[in-house]
Design a protein. Structure first.
Length: 430
């Protein structure tokens, strides 16, 4: 008989909590912890999933039309990446706005959405109406060649003065944002930027490098896009104003020199005037979709930020308060730069009729009947031209409209201060 084989008894390895039985309270606590972890994970990835779903739907609708595809495909790669980032950031703010439980978080997300949407809409206008904007630049370039040296120098100085202050406040806003993020902690900043996903696998040095790069990209894209479009609008408005001014000087020179005054010179002036007014109409049609939203976003952002910043001033960090004020000042300067440039351009255009009556006061209509008919027709054309069309148009932003808005906002700020006397005292003593 053979030796019986030795068999090892089966050993069952039990988890450690089987050796020490848990009480009912501890068992319920373990279940609640696992449930909280699952809930927090779902809450963390829910915005990301919703954003990806919305981006997919938007991308499908965006590239469905052949016309839109033709507008997007010729763009450079960095322009396409900028557009993708702007739309993703705007969608992220929309999702965060929908997922808030109300209160202070809702209003803060609303102001973030308004500011990001301003830059996104500005970029979309450039992409959709890029060809029209380029044709406007070509027309302005042809008019710019008519300017004298003094007019060219004045044009450049006004454009630089209108946009330089905005770039200065952009740089200050970047510095203050960097200081606030340093106080808050780079890990918290990255958690907020990545929908609260854990990034503990990255070393602290890599977190600071990644955070600085993300902050620089976000500031450059959001505020850089906004400042570039503001500079673009101011440039076009100043070009229109200088074109009207050049037309007035040309009209004065033509009527004062009676030796060259004939029907041909009058028709040449009329052609020049029609060219400038058509430029105004094209500029008005391009910018009209954005003006109403720009004004509304500015007013809502100021009201919401002023309400919460003044109400929470005694409990806020000074750097956080300065950062919010910087953003408001940037929106304020954008509103002022666009409004003043547009109002000055249209005021110069409406001055054409006054200049015409001034230079033709001594004109004798009995000398040449055909010439007098041409002058009368030209006067009728000057008197019946409407620069500001009906509806929310770009050149409806006159000085009276801007002063009315500033008066309303100033009254609102004073009212908020009066409703928070302790904030007023803390603000004065600070």
């Amino acid at each position: 008989m053979g030796r019986p084989e030795l068999t090892m008894p089966a050993i069952t390895v039990h988890p450690i909590y089987h050796k020490f039985p848990l009480t009912s309270s501890a068992r319920s606590e373990v279940k609640s912890i696992s449930k909280d972890e699952n809930t927090s994970f779902l809450n963390a990835i829910k915005p990301l999933l919703l954003s990806l779903m919305i981006v997919g739907v938007q991308t499908t609708a965006y590239f469905k039309s052949s016309a839109l595809r033709q507008k997007v495909l010729p763009l450079r790669w960095w322009v396409i990446l900028t557009l993708i980032y702007l739309h993703l950031f705007s969608l992220k703010t929309v999702v965060a706005l929908l997922l808030t439980s109300g209160g202070l978080g809702f209003w803060m997300q609303l102001t973030t959405f308004l500011r990001s949407s301003v830059a996104t809409i500005s970029a979309d206008i450039y992409v959709i109406k890029r060809n029209k904007l380029h044709s406007l630049i070509l027309k302005l370039n042809s008019m710019f060649n008519r300017f004298g040296p003094e007019e060219k120098r004045c044009f450049k100085n006004r454009v630089l003065r209108g946009t330089f202050v905005i770039w200065i406040f952009m740089a200050m806003n970047f510095v203050i944002s960097t200081m606030n993020i340093y106080r808050m902690g780079m890990a918290n900043f990255l958690d907020i930027h990545f929908f609260s996903l854990r990034i503990s696998f990255i070393s602290p040095v890599a977190q600071y490098v990644l955070g600085c790069i993300l902050l620089l990209i976000r500031q450059a894209i959001m505020w850089g896009t906004l400042s570039f479009m503001i500079m673009y609008y101011v440039f076009l408005c100043e070009g229109v104003r200088c074109s009207f001014k050049s037309f007035n000087l040309c009209m004065m020179g033509t009527f004062q020199n009676e030796s060259i005054l004939d029907e041909r010179s009058i028709k040449k002036l009329q052609k020049y005037y029609v060219y400038v007014t058509d430029l105004v109409s094209e500029l008005d049609d391009i910018f009209s979709p954005a003006v109403f939203f720009w004004s509304s976003a500015f007013i809502l952002s100021v009201c919401i930020d002023i309400t919460f910043d003044i109400s929470l001033y005694s409990r806020m960090n000074m750097m956080r308060f300065f950062e919010s004020m910087q953003k408001l000042i940037i929106l304020f300067l954008a509103y002022v730069a666009i409004g003043i440039s547009a109002s000055l351009a249209i005021e110069e255009g409406r001055r054409c009729l006054q200049v015409f009556y001034k230079v033709t006061a001594s004109f004798d209509a009995s000398k040449n009947y055909a010439l007098s008919q041409a002058v009368q027709f030209f006067a009728a054309r000057l008197a019946t031209t409407h620069f500001a069309l009906t509806g929310w148009k770009f050149f409806d932003m006159t000085r009276g409209y801007m002063l009315t808005v500033f008066g309303i906002l100033g009254s609102y700020i004073i009212l908020v201060f009066q409703l928070n006397p302790e904030t007023m005292t803390a603000f004065i003593t600070a």
